[in-house]
Structure formats: C-alpha cells, structure tokens
Design a protein around this ligand. Sequence first.
Ligand code: ZN
Length: 181
Amino acid sequence: MTRAHRILPDTAGPAPTRSAAAPSMGTGALGRAASQEAPELSAEIADPDLPGEPRRDDEPRDLNLSLRRGWRRTCPACGGGPLYDGYLTVRETCPACAERLDLHRADDLPTWMTILVVGHVVTVVMLSVWETWDPPIWVHWTLWPPMALLMSLWLLPRFKGMVVGLQWAKRMAGFAPRRKD
Ligand SMILES: [Zn+2]
C-alpha cells in the first residue's frame, strides 16, 4: 500500500510538467489550423463542379497511340509538340497542347531497353560476320563499336519517349490523378 501510495504521486508528478509545456499549444493550434486548411484546398482542386477546365482525369488514354507518339519523340497527349528540349531533356509542357510532360519517372528504363536491344543486335551481327567471312580483327574493331554507339544514340530518345508515353497513358508516376482527400 505504501509503495502504491508512493508510486501514485510519482506517476502523477510528471503529468503536470508535461501539460506545463503549454507553450507548445501555440504551435499545436497553428498546426491544427494548417491541417484544417489542407483538406479544404485539396477538395477545391478535386471538385469537379467548379467552373473552368473540364476534368480530364477520367478520359481514356490510348496506350498504343501514346507509345507511337513517344517513339516519334512527340507529346504523348497530342502528338503535335516535340517531347524533348534538346536530345534527351523532356520539356516541362507541350508547346502544342500545354500538357505537363515533366511528370514522368523514366529513370534508367530507356537505358536498359537500349542496352538490351543494341547488345543483342550487335552481338548477333558480329558473330554472323565472324562465322561467315572471318575478317581480320581490325575490321571488327572498326565496325562494331561505332555501330553500337550510333544505334544507342538513335534508340535512346525513342525508347525514353515510349516510356514517357507508357507512363502518361497509364497515369503512372506524376501523371497519376490527384487524390480527393
Ligand atoms: Zn501535346
């Protein structure tokens, strides 16, 4: 009993000190105010009844079409504007239809696709030439490295365009529609 009596005041002791940290109530109130604002903002963005541009989140997107547009290095949404600003830098928006293009996350996938295709093609052609004509080694050194380099430079922006087209059509990465909550 005496122990319990001792423990009770001890456990009750720290509680006032915790609540005595009342200055944090100020920031807590601010945080609460901010968290109250956030749902209102997102609800405003996601509200389909608001005037302005009609919502495009539910429109079906043709995967094959956007893949072909990406292969042609054009905007997956309209096919009219160029996808890149330069060799491989995806534009922020399409100059033709103003669709956001920089929301993709292509990352290393186009590079892996390029390596896969170029590696197999160059290897098969090289072995075929070797088996058929057996040319001297300098012929191999002259042919295959430039062939691999040129094929890679040609394929990489097209594969990246296809990956951007895939992500746009499937609403992946940053192309995903906004959540309502
Ligand atoms: Zn476009």
